[in-house]
Design a protein. Structure first.
Length: 287
C-alpha cells in the first residue's frame, strides 16, 4: 500500500454544507464510522431512518433496502447527491464506504476493491447489528457510484454479483484489472448515466463499457444526458425515474427471494415493511 503523505492527510468526512444548504432541508444527516487505525478496514457513512429498534436483537429489527453508494473524487466524503436522496423518508438506508485517508488506495484500485468487498461481507455477517442499526433487506444491495466511485461500484458488483440487486453508474469508467464482465450477467438491472458534455471523456468510456457489457450478454442501459457535464450530471437525471428503477429492482429481488423460499420450505422468511411513498423528483450536483 502506498505511503500516506504526512503533510497532506485528509480524513473521511461528510461534505460540509454551507448555511443555505444546511437550512434548506434538502440534505440528510450523516453518521460517520471511523476506519481502523491501520487502514485495513474502511470507514463508512450511514444515512438511514431513526433507529428506534437499535436495542432489539438484529433478527427482530426491520430490514431496509440498502444502497452501497461510492463517492467520486478523493472518496473521503459523502456526495451531496447521495444526501439529497433523503432516503430516511422512504424507508431505505445508504452505506457509503470511505477511504481511510489520502495516500491509501482508491476504492477502484484492485486492493481498494478488495477492501470494499471485505466490508460488504462483514455487513452481511454482522449478526449483532453493530455495524448498522437496521438489517439489510434480503442480504442484497443496490450499488450506486459516481465518477471514480462508479468504477469502484462496477468492480465490486463484478466480485459480488450474487449480492447485487441493481447497479447504477453515474459517469465512470472501466477500472484497471476488470477484464471479465461475464459475472455481471446475473445482475438484472444495470443502468448508466453520463453527460454528452463530460469534460473527462466519461461519455466515450461508458459507451465503450456499454458495448462490452452487451458483448458479454449483460442487461444494461446507457442514458446520455444532453447538455450535462461531469460536474452537473446529477442535475440532469430524472430522479423520479431513477427511484422507479431502484424500486423495480427491489421488487424483483423480493420476488426472487420469495420464489427461492418456496423451493426451500424450511427456510426462514425475511419480511419487510413497505410504505406508500410520495413522488420523488429532487436533483442535485454529483460530487
Amino acid at each position: 500500500m502506498p505511503e500516506a503523505d504526512v503533510h497532506n492527510v485528509r480524513q473521511p468526512s461528510s461534505r460540509a454544507l454551507n448555511r443555505v444548504e444546511s437550512e434548506s432541508g434538502v440534505y440528510s444527516e450523516v453518521e460517520i464510522r471511523d476506519a481502523s487505525p491501520d487502514g485495513r478496514r474502511l470507514g463508512y457513512a450511514i444515512i438511514a431512518p431513526p433507529a428506534a429498534e437499535a436495542k432489539q436483537p438484529v433478527q427482530r429489527r426491520p430490514r431496509l433496502p440498502t444502497i452501497i453508494a461510492i463517492s467520486g473524487e478523493e472518496q473521503l466524503h459523502v456526495s451531496k447527491f447521495f444526501r439529497a436522496w433523503r432516503v430516511e423518508q422512504w424507508g431505505w438506508q445508504v452505506v457509503v464506504p470511505l477511504r481511510a485517508k489520502s495516500g491509501t488506495y482508491y476504492l477502484f484500485d484492485p486492493p481498494g476493491v478488495e477492501l470494499v468487498v471485505q466490508f460488504i461481507l462483514e455487513l452481511i455477517a454482522d449478526e449483532d447489528g453493530r455495524m448498522l442499526a437496521h438489517a439489510v433487506e434480503g442480504n442484497i444491495f443496490h450499488f450506486v457510484g459516481s465518477s471514480n466511485g462508479a468504477a469502484a461500484a462496477l468492480a465490486v458488483a463484478a466480485k459480488l454479483p450474487e449480492l447485487a440487486a441493481s447497479l447504477t453508474l453515474i459517469s465512470g469508467f472501466l477500472p484497471d484489472g476488470l477484464e471479465d464482465l461475464s459475472s455481471l450477467r446475473s445482475i438484472p438491472s444495470i443502468h448508466m448515466y453520463v453527460g454528452d458534455q463530460d469534460e473527462f471523456g466519461h461519455d466515450v468510456m461508458l459507451q465503450d463499457l456499454h458495448e462490452k457489457l452487451q458483448d458479454h450478454a449483460c442487461m444494461s442501459e446507457l442514458q446520455v444526458l444532453p447538455g450535462a457535464s461531469h460536474s452537473n450530471v446529477g442535475r440532469h437525471i430524472d430522479m423520479t425515474v431513477f427511484w422507479q428503477r431502484l424500486e423495480a429492482a427491489r421488487a424483483a429481488a423480493t420476488l426472487r427471494e420469495a420464489q427461492q423460499r418456496q423451493q426451500q420450505p424450511g427456510a426462514a422468511s425475511v419480511g419487510s415493511a413497505r410504505q406508500k411513498r410520495p413522488e420523488r423528483g429532487r436533483t442535485c450536483r454529483v460530487s
